[in-house]
Design a protein around this ligand. Structure first.
Ligand code: GDG
Length: 481
């Protein structure tokens, strides 16, 4: 029997050490929620044939404070920690991960910092993760490595433990080869080689698959064809596995008593106002400023909507302490204040701005009452909020406005698709959405719901593991011949 080893930068928990006491709570966030839903539906991988599950990652507590008690408590939950020091947090996490890979892979080239000490730390930390995995994994075990923090891990595992089945999934876009080329040559080839240590490399959509294959042939010279890289005797499968959500959880949300109560309360308080809604982590890729400006223009060009529609804008703090993020937060605050001051009335505000994490029941209530979800990232690997909004609408109402630059736009084709830089296009889409008749809303929502129901998060995980098994067996057979 084989073990399933999940590897991600962070473990799916939030650990707090206060005084002498240790508190461990479940962490939220796209990646952790998706993997947990997949694990719950497959009974921790048992229905796929695994007899044990281990999750390897950082606890979120700096190594200096990570006591044996913390490690032991996590071990009991099947969670194995990779301790990161304060310096590694700065150079690896804030440095190479979030100042180099995150901006470059989202094609924000001018935000990208290339620093040799960031790269050195990335190498070292990836080694730590690979060693932690090697310590628990046995030949024949399946290792599923997640996201841009750990792109070198598959290659390191291939060297240290060649008999493992290794899969890698990237949660953010893979950029076009011309953008990837901006990375210094030794780093960009090492990253590609690192990924090709896996038997299977997965992305959200075909566009990222093709970008990756082009970079592999351009920078490594390997032969590639649709969905395959030929690297010596090894064949690496490359495919699109669009991540998704637990459809039933969202679809049944309006019947949860606490959510129902909040829906009622919100409806009473909002007194028939039309609601446009968005929620994102604070991040320059999410296009929050563009969205605010498009809403301002909408209210100025279509003044008849003033007093009749409000924009509820939730921006959840993220990567606090990074100067770019702090500056963006101040810009959002300034612009919201200016617009509310210029256009607001005693009994109406153009933008209700919330800049904190909101409880899931409140998020579900907002999904259920929002007439329009305005989701306009400049670039987004997938965007789960779009799928969650659509799935939540059991009443068959609501209109999704979605950027063509979000991975989700490739599946949610009945959304009103916009370009996030096309302000007048967004203005027209808002008008169309607010005026759309209920039959058209229902037709669009229904067909998007069908897509998400069938392509839910369990399918994402199961498809990936099945494809990994095929790829692994293929390589085993060709190694034996
Ligand atoms: C990355 C990629 C890709 C957010 N605020 C609150 C809250 N959330 C939940 C949402 C959703 C998740 O967090 C955010 O997921 P997204 O997919 O929208 O965005 P990223 O965090 O940037 O995720 C992205 C994803 O990885 C998965 O591969 O889709 O493209 O960038 O589930 O509901 N939940 C609650 N309160 C909040 O305030 N309860």
């Amino acid at each position: 029997m084989a073990k399933l080893v999940i590897v991600s930068n962070r473990l799916p928990v939030a650990v707090s050490v206060r005084g002498g006491s240790v508190e461990i709570r479940e962490a939220v966030g796209g990646l952790a929620t998706a993997i947990k839903s997949f694990l719950a539906a497959t009974e921790s991988g048992k229905t796929l044939g695994f007899d044990e599950l281990v999750w390897v990652g950082w606890s979120g507590v700096k190594a200096e404070q990570e006591t044996e008690e913390v490690r032991a408590k996590l071990r009991e939950m099947g969670l194995l920690t990779v301790p990161l020091t304060g310096e590694e947090f700065q150079l690896f996490y804030e440095g190479f991960c979030n100042s180099t890979l995150w901006p470059l892979f989202h094609s924000f080239t001018v935000y990208t910092v290339f620093e040799a000490k960031f790269w050195e730390s990335y190498l070292q930390v990836n080694h730590k993760y690979a060693e932690a995995v090697s310590a628990v994994a046995r030949p024949g075990d399946f290792v599923w490595v997640h996201d841009y923090h750990l792109m070198l891990v598959p290659g390191m595992l291939r060297e240290q433990a060649p008999e493992l089945a290794v899969g890698f999934f990237l949660h953010i876009p893979f950029p076009p080869a011309e953008v990837y080329q901006l990375m210094p040559p030794p780093w960009r080839t090492a990253l590609l080689d690192g990924l090709l240590g896996a038997d299977l490399v997965g992305f959200h959509i075909h566009e990222y698959v093709n970008n990756f294959l082009r970079s592999v042939s351009k920078f490594l010279g390997y032969r590639t064809e649709a969905g395959m890289v030929y690297a010596g005797r090894r064949k690496i499968r490359v495919g699109a596995f669009p991540i998704s959500i637990d459809f039933d959880f969202f679809h049944n949300s309006s019947e949860v008593p606490e959510v129902e109560r909040q829906i009622e309360e919100l409806r009473q308080r909002l007194r028939g106002l039309k609601i446009v809604f968005s929620i994102d982590r604070l991040d320059y890729t999410k296009g929050v400023i563009n969205r605010i400006h498009a809403w301002e223009r909408f209210l100025k060009e279509r003044p008849g909507w003033r007093g009749r529609a409000t924009f509820i804008l939730v921006v959840v703090p993220s990567r606090t302490g990074v100067p770019q993020y702090e500056a963006m937060k101040r810009e959002i605050e300034r612009e919201v204040g200016r617009i509310n001051g210029e256009l607001g009335e005693v009994d109406w505000v153009p933008i209700v701005y919330i800049s904190r994490y909101i409880p899931t029941t409140t998020l579900l209530a907002l999904y259920n009452i929002a007439d329009v979800a305005l989701i306009t990232p400049l670039k987004d690997g997938m965007n789960l909020v779009a799928k969650e909004y659509v799935a939540s609408r059991r009443d068959c109402r609501g209109v999704l406005i979605l950027s063509e630059t979000a991975g989700a736009a490739h599946e949610l084709v009945q959304a009103l698709v916009v370009n996030p830089n096309d302000e007048s296009g967004i203005v027209n889409a808002i008008e169309r959405a607010l005026s759309m008749d209920p039959e058209e809303q229902c037709r669009r929502i229904k067909s998007m719901q069908e897509r998400i129901r069938q392509h839910n998060v369990v399918k994402w995980g199961v498809d990936f593991i099945h494809a990994l098994a095929l790829a692994y067996n293929d390589n085993l057979m060709s190694a034996a011949t």
